[in-house]
Write a protein that binds this ligand. Sequence first.
Ligand SMILES: [Zn+2]
Ligand SMILES: [Zn+2]
Length: 292
Amino acid sequence: MAVFLTEKEKKKYKIYKKGSLPESNNILSHQAEACRRQETPPCLWLEGSFTLEAAVILPVMALFFVMILMFFRVMQVQMDVQKALDDTGRKLAVMAAQEGEDHEKIVGMAAANVLFKKNIKKSDNINHYVVNKVAGINLLKSKFTEDKIYLVASYGVKMPVWLPGKPYLKIRQHVICRKWTGWVEDNGNMEIWVYVAEKGSVYHTSRECTYLKLSISAVNYTDIKNKRNKYGEKYRECEVCAEKIKGKNTVFITDQGNRFHYDLNCGGIKRTIYMIRLSEVGNRKKCSRCET
Ligand SMILES: [Zn+2]
Ligand SMILES: [Zn+2]
């Protein structure tokens, strides 16, 4: 390309020389002068930019694309390993069902390794990209507890380019399975479920408790002075939503509350109810409104 341009420039010079224009007016005169003197023509900078592109930018771009392809390579390997891990976890969980009867530990590192090696496909991905191939994938960090199986596969994936201090990419994948050992029926209190409101200081034995069941009604702001709640209390402004919204014509009240709200979605007006075990109530006291 650069050579072609230089030739073209020379031709231009020749044409100009034949014409009537004085050489000093010619914009290419300095280049022509250089050519005549057999010096390096100033147009060489064009070749320089191509050299720079070929030498620096091209390798950087190539590296960039190789890195992107590396992600797909790692993803394929991860998918293969994950599938084998999942299958291994499931099979071990079922095998654990037999443990209970004769108190023999069947599920352990040995069983996990055997099953994993059986499940992992001898795929090209693993053979090409994993350090030491299938043998390079170890389950040494796996744990086996009373009712759970934690499988951890660690391995290295070869890097597409050499990076100092990073011969391979370390990858770790997990699977947690619950052993098929059934469940023990909870005794006594554990079976009693109670209801608590979010941030509530009491627990309710009945879901039908009036404290949990709010009936919200919209009233005109001007009427609020005359309104009384179930217990004969006056309604006062809610501190939470008054900060954000104020001066609305319609406000919201409940039968039991003693606040009026500008915002229907205010935390003070809505109730989030959780169902928890009686043993989990902690410091919460029993609701006085609930009838047992
Ligand atoms: Zn409010
Ligand atoms: Zn209650």
